[in-house]
Design a protein around this ligand. Structure first.
Ligand code: NAD
Length: 252
């Protein structure tokens, strides 16, 4: 992917940035000149991603963080060394238990990670976003938050809630020059999707899902990272409050 330095001098915080689309976005942000702070709970994947960014000449800082830790997340955010954060990609998320099998614990955990954590981080970090010249906040939702998916109840509800938070946020912070958008990937080939197919959370095989897509393929991590870079950069300076499907035309 082309890498003109669109984020030179900017600081980007990415949650869930150690794997899949979050990793691809972290690498692309770094290749475009940003200092990337990655917060993820997977220590080994964090180290691997940091090594790859450093080897490519990028700047990266890693933090082992479980965004579902309701006691620890706020203090961690308050303790960050960076007074200015220009780009926030809130990517960490959980699929929840599919079908009718959810229980209170699973429902709570999914809502905490997919909705509470992005809201809490946004609240805690707002002074640092305001300190930036024109911060861009990006939240990974899903096409499941826009359109019905059979049997995907808790997850769909959580992503719809996240989208509505982002829209309210966008109109609230626009006067401060801060933008907020949701990205809504369709089925995207990541370790998470392969796990979800294997355990039945997502129905069908990768090939079957691709066959139903207008472009006859599933999304790639680069499809999503490229959209995240566009939203992070000045190229999208007048776009805010959107929930953008990245799904090969499936939502058209
Ligand atoms: N893959 C898809 O088809 C698809 C489609 C739509 C939306 N999404 C969304 O994308 C995100 C998942 O990304 P992916 O598919 O690249 O998955 P992935 O499993 O490859 O990466 C997710 C990353 O998030 C981290 N993470 C998960 N829970 C965390 C927590 N509580 N605290 C900190 N880090 C945590 C994981 O360690 C991992 O590094 C989720 O928000 C998911 O809802 C995925």
């Amino acid at each position: 992917m082309a890498s003109s330095p669109q984020l030179s001098g900017r600081t980007a915080l990415v949650t869930g940035g150690a794997s899949g689309m979050g990793r691809a976005a972290s690498e692309l942000f770094a290749a475009n000149g940003a200092l990337v702070i990655i917060a993820d709970r997977d220590e080994a994947a964090l180290a691997e991603t940091a090594a790859s960014i450093t080897a490519a000449g990028g700047s990266v800082e890693i933090h082992i963080v479980d965004v579902g830790d309701q006691a620890g997340l706020g203090p961690w955010a308050d303790g960050l060394d960076h007074e200015v954060i220009d780009v926030f990609l809130n990517h960490a998320g959980l699929p929840g238990t599919g079908g009718w099998k959810w229980d209170a614990e699973d429902w709570n955990q999914t809502m905490v990670v997919n909705v509470w954590a992005p809201m809490e981080l946004t609240k805690r970090l707002m002074p640092r976003f305001k300190a930036a010249e024109s911060a861009s906040l990006i939240y990974t939702a899903s096409t499941a938050g826009l359109r019905p998916v059979p049997g995907m109840f808790t997850y769909a509800a959580s992503k719809a809630a996240l989208i509505q938070f982002v829209k309210s946020l966008a109109v609230s912070v626009a006067p401060h020059g801060i933008r907020a958008n949701a990205i809504c990937p369709g089925a995207t080939d990541t370790p998470a999707l392969r796990r979800d197919i294997e355990d039945g959370t997502v129905r069908g095989t990768l090939e079957q899902i691709a066959a139903h897509n207008p472009m006859r393929r599933v999304g790639t991590v680069d499809d999503v990272a490229g959209t995240a870079l566009f939203l992070a950069s000045d190229a999208s300076a007048y776009l805010t409050g959107l929930a953008i499907p990245i799904d090969g035309g499936a939502s058209a």
